[in-house]
Design a protein. Structure first.
Length: 464
């Protein structure tokens, strides 16, 4: 459980802070990306025009939002470039056409742009050879696209519009692959981005045998100083984390920044994970809300670091290694509530480690232990003043998984925490360090737990 150092170094790397790795000589992979992509093409029906009623988002189906411009993109199939209206959409029928269109607008400084992508499967090279903070590593042959400040990327609807990643690029100096990002920000002023109503396909089953190298394939990486990012109603599939550690949906600031606020990730479904070290949804360097998402099979479903006032609630983690993991740097006033963690392969909720973790509110979660679950909830050092209230740590089947530890504290400086009115299945063990307030913790049958005996004759806290 030494994620913290790896976590931070990996994210700094994708922030574009490794300028020494960037050179100017194009390598063979950048050429193969263009020559090899046609064989991956799955034809769509030719579309010469779009109807605004095709789109779920009001930004596309209604009037142009005040202060914005708007374009429509379709898989035209008729060879005409289009003018960008719904009746004459731009042609996005190839990765080169799609990416060149959006790259030109983003790198041309166009902000507050609504991009309405019609039904169909669209090929893209994602961020391509672009590294935020550095630029294109092959400046004479730039590829891919990024999103600028205030951009709104909308598909017609989940599984009606798909962006599929088709290529990977390498640093010219050392041949290491860049992270494959489907949608990423242009610069650190790229705040207020919205992504919705679309399926993002990282395409691991095709890219892995083609490149025969570790694949870091992620979906949405939004890094800015001002936040207000909104990712909602999307599906992510076929991602992977075969590098040091990756973040499939990551909202962050380059440094801890109180202005990185107002971020929201909601109604996201993430499945068909292809392995590695990865947090599916991560918040870093700011505040926000993560709600009503479902993550299946990832190493870690939800987490982050350097967080202040982040609320994770009403999410589901299915058969992930960890339901939640927050183990790095300074984190305060974090809420983890009303989440459902089903058959975690190792850990339900992990808080603490290298850093400072204060004023966590962990309440009303359900952790359903599976056959390989080790801990329900663990504080692993430096956790202070946190409340663990009304959680249920239960067994998938009665009297199964007797080796699970429901509530566990280890390492130093877990102090002044509250464990109150939690339900821990009777076969499970518990191990706390003795400096906490305990009250009303019971088995699934309502019996007082002997290993969580009351330390006071009244409730430790009232409410949350």
């Amino acid at each position: 459980m030494t994620v913290s150092k790896v976590c931070v170094s990996a994210f700094l790397m994708i922030l574009g802070l490794g300028a020494s790795e960037v050179g100017s000589t194009q390598n063979v992979f950048s050429l193969l990306a263009r020559t090899g992509s046609a064989s991956m093409r799955q034809p769509n029906a030719a579309i010469a025009s779009l109807s605004q009623s095709d789109f779920r988002s009001q930004d596309c189906s209604g009037s142009v939002p005040t202060g914005y411009t708007r374009i429509f993109v379709a898989d035209r199939g008729d060879g005409k470039p289009g003018t960008g209206s719904a009746s004459d959409p731009f042609d996005g029928s190839s990765a080169e056409k799609f990416d060149t269109l959006l790259r030109g607008k983003s790198e041309g400084g166009i902000t507050n742009l609504v991009v309405c992508i019609g039904p169909g499967t669209f090929q893209t090279e994602g961020s391509g050879d672009y590294v935020q903070g550095q630029g294109h590593v092959y400046p004479s042959h730039p590829v891919g696209f990024t999103v600028n400040k205030g951009w709104k990327i909308h598909g017609a609807e989940i599984d009606r519009t798909t962006l599929r990643l088709i290529s990977m690029y390498t640093y010219p100096s050392n041949g290491k692959f860049l992270e494959g990002i489907v949608i990423g920000t242009y610069n650190f002023d790229s705040s207020g981005v919205e992504v919705s109503d679309i399926t993002l396909d990282d395409n691991y089953p095709s890219l892995k045998p083609r490149y025969k190298a570790p694949m870091e394939l992620v979906a949405v990486i939004l890094r800015s100083n001002l936040g207000h990012q909104w990712v909602h109603n999307i599906r992510v599939m076929n991602a992977s984390g075969e590098g040091p550690e990756d973040f499939t949906i990551g909202i962050s600031s380059p440094t801890t920044n109180a202005a990185n606020e107002g971020n929201l990730v909601e109604y996201v479904t993430m499945d068909h994970w292809y392995g590695g070290l990865c947090t599916a949804i991560a918040i870093a360097g700011g505040s926000g809300e993560v709600r009503h998402n479902t993550v299946t099979g990832y190493q870690i479903a939800y987490g982050g670091w350097s967080m202040l006032n982040v609320n994770f609630h009403d999410n589901t983690a299915m058969e992930t290694g960890y339901g939640f993991n927050v183990d790095s740097l300074q984190n305060s006033k974090i809420t983890i509530a009303f989440n459902n963690i089903v058959r975690p392969k190792l850990y339900g909720i992990v808080v603490g480690g290298n850093g400072d973790f204060t004023d966590f509110s962990i309440h009303d979660n359900t952790i359903q232990a599976g056959p390989t679950t080790v801990y329900g909830l663990v504080f692993q050092g430096n956790v202070r003043g946190s409340h663990v209230l009304r959680n249920k740590i239960v067994s998938e089947r009665p009297n199964s998984a007797p080796n699970v530890i429901g509530l566990f504290e280890k390492n130093a400086k877990n102090v002044n925490n509250v464990f109150q009115e939690n339900v821990v299945a009777s076969p499970f063990k518990n191990s706390l360090q003795g400096s906490d307030c305990l009250w009303g913790n019971v088995t699934e049958n309502g019996q007082q737990r002997a290993d969580l005996g009351n330390s006071t004759n009244h409730a430790c806290v009232i409410g949350n």
